[in-house]
Design a protein around this ligand. Structure first.
Ligand SMILES: Cc1cc2nc3c(=O)[nH]c(=O)nc-3n(C[C@H](O)[C@H](O)[C@H](O)COP(=O)(O)OP(=O)(O)OC[C@H]3O[C@@H](n4cnc5c(N)ncnc54)[C@H](O)[C@@H]3O)c2cc1C
Ligand code: SF4
Length: 317
């Protein structure tokens, strides 16, 4: 691991300003992703700003009937919160399908949103990777690509966003609140937070250097039957091959987002108009323009079948 300096911040504004002062600085929260990347020298920050002392570990009710989740709320606590379990079941289920109990005890809401891809070549520093080293090439294109994207990919990168929580937050239309190094605050809809790879796969999200996530806002409860289903190689401690988050209302209208298929949680609002027509029609809309490889072509049928199972589950819920 490369040497780095370390400072514990006490206020969000101080944390953002401190991170912006040192080029290449990173925030550290639970450390469950960042420390692994540092040990492998995939990330080599010169300075770490520890955000664990910021008072951002509460889940508060908002005046419009929603919830405001602090950036440091641990995944375990968010999944177990009685309001989340009752009103945002899709989120609680997505969180509980992720990682392991020990990891969820450390992992934070902000860190989870910002976890990096699990592309094998991104982790193998002997192999070219445009995300790790811009301009070096993509080893997954023409390589082993079982976990890789089938929609929204580019000639530069076919990696997927690996997380579960953000897929549920996408279907819930969550908003991400931040503080910038100059002390200014802004709100980013989750739809605009994660980016597609395009020609710059190393640029993964909408945050500016030094910009700190302070909260995630959940709009008032959407009601309906809420389901999260994750298909993976093992029943625990494995990332999604495909996941589906769905909220379906009694009148048959609804929302659907996919995990494991793109560089960001994948939602196509127009496809949701087809929910009453059945899973195949929704899947066709979600996966329009899909491009597969010999290793990940199975994801098309897997999305269709998982979506069918999820829509059936929403009728039972
Ligand atoms: C073995 C293993 C299995 C896993 N399986 C799953 C899984 O199945 N599903 C799943 O969803 N996840 C899984 N994960 C990922 C895990 O959920 C993430 O590592 C975790 O959520 C990251 O949170 P953290 O607080 O530890 O982040 P950290 O590692 O501390 O930080 C991650 C990134 O977020 C940035 N960051 C942290 N806080 C802020 C902030 N407030 N504002 C701006 N930037 C910030 C950091 O600078 C860093 O770039 C797995 C991880 C491991 C190690
Ligand atoms: S898919 Fe993306 S992360 Fe994986 S090797 Fe290619 S450029 Fe790197």
């Amino acid at each position: 691991m490369k040497a780095f300096t370390y400072k514990r911040a006490t206020t969000p504004a101080e944390a953002a300003a401190a991170a912006a002062r040192t080029p290449g600085a990173r925030f550290i929260a639970g450390g469950t992703n960042l420390l692994d990347l540092m040990k492998l020298e995939i990330e080599t920050p010169a300075h770490l700003v520890d955000v664990n002392s910021l008072a951002l570990d509460r889940i508060e009710a908002t005046p419009d009937g929603g919830l405001r989740v602090g950036a440091l709320v641990r995944n375990t606590d968010l999944a177990a919160d009685a309001r989340v379990r009752r009103d945002y079941a899709v989120l609680s289920r997505a969180l509980l399908s992720g990682a392991s109990g020990q990891l969820r005890n450390k992992a934070t809401t902000a860190g989870n949103l910002l976890q990096r891809t699990r592309c094998y070549y991104f982790y193998d520093t002997n192999m070219p990777c445009n995300k790790r080293q811009p301009g070096s090439g993509c080893s997954a294109i023409g390589g082993f690509s079982r976990h890789h994207a089938v929609v929204g990919a580019s000639e530069a990168c076919i990696a997927t966003y690996p997380g579960d929580m953000a897929v549920a937050m996408r279907v819930l239309d969550a908003q991400i609140e931040t503080v910038r190094p100059d002390g200014g605050m802004r709100t980013i809809p989750i739809a605009d937070f994660h980016r597609l790879p395009g020609a710059t796969p190393h640029v993964e999200h909408a945050l500016e250097p030094g910009e700190l996530i302070t909260h995630v806002k959940l709009p008032r409860p959407p009601g309906g039957a809420q389901v999260y289903r994750k298909v993976r190689d093992r029943s625990s401690y494995a990332f999604a091959l495909v996941s589906v988050a769905a909220i379906v209302q009694p009148d048959g209208s609804g929302r659907v987002a996919l995990g494991g298929v793109a560089h960001k949680p994948w939602r196509v609002e127009a496809a949701e108009q087809q929910i009453r027509s059945g899973a195949r029609a929704v899947a066709d809309g979600l996966l329009a323009g899909a491009r597969t490889t010999e290793y990940n072509a199975f994801k098309i049928a897997l999305v269709q079948r998982t979506l069918a199972a999820v829509l059936a589950d929403t009728k039972k819920a």
